[in-house]
Design a binder for this molecule. Structure first.
Ligand code: HEM
Length: 182
């Protein structure tokens, strides 16, 4: 009989949940802060939180990709139909792409537009992109489109995870939960 895989390592689990806990409020704050008629103080606070936390997300996502390339994902259960395994690989790959595209396009949109990123400025870190209206507008369009894509993909990802955890109970959920491997 096949022994069940112990799932992801503690490091990979911890990174997954820390990044998840950061990205969900990033999406909520992002959609909220661009609404018309928001009180100015709230808008400013959300913008500052969004920009600075987004840079932290970028660093953690890069770390996560490095860990993933070194340790790989544990194999999916062979009891899953082939199409589900293909769908899981494709959607996880796309999520990694979007987790990079979102903070990068946000950074470029802000810096090319000549705006501050308070934590980086405080640390004296230089701007890595030239000031350019065209570049800022392109990055803004990518960031907006990416926002809908990552929100939709995450909704699918969370629905699939809950389906495995609550209905199928096939061990897929315990590959990544709890955040530290027992
Ligand atoms: C995982 C990372 C990120 C996610 C999930 C995310 C998500 C979002 C979302 C959902 C919006 C609203 C889009 C719309 O409908 O207009 C938004 C807007 C925005 N984000 Fe992000 N973001 C991320 C990282 C960043 C970073 C790192 C920065 C800058 C350092 C940034 C700067 C902005 C700005 C300036 C806007 C307003 C765009 C505009 O209307 O000019 N974002 N973001």
């Amino acid at each position: 009989m096949q022994t069940p895989s112990p799932g992801y390592s503690s490091g990979q689990r911890a990174l997954h949940w820390i990044i998840a806990l950061m990205i969900l409020p990033m999406i909520a704050a992002g959609f909220l802060m661009v609404q018309q008629g928001l009180p100015r103080a709230l808008g400013n606070t959300l913008f500052i939180m969004h920009k600075n936390m987004g840079v932290l997300v970028l660093i953690l996502v890069i770390l996560r990709i490095v860990v993933k390339l070194r340790h790989k994902a544990p194999p999916l259960s062979e009891s899953l139909p082939a199409w589900q395994r293909r769908a899981a690989h494709a959607s996880h790959g796309l999520l990694y792409v979007l987790m990079l595209v979102m903070p990068l396009s946000g950074y470029i949109r802000v810096r090319a537009g000549g705006f501050p990123i308070e934590a980086l400025d405080r640390l004296g870190l230089p701007t890595l992109v030239p000031k350019s209206e065209t570049l800022a507008a392109t990055a803004k369009a990518v960031h907006e489109l990416g926002a809908y894509a990552i929100a939709a993909l995450l909704a699918l990802h969370i629905a699939a995870a809950l389906h495995h955890a609550l209905i199928l109970r096939d061990g897929t959920w315990s590959r990544i939960w709890p955040p530290v491997r027992r």
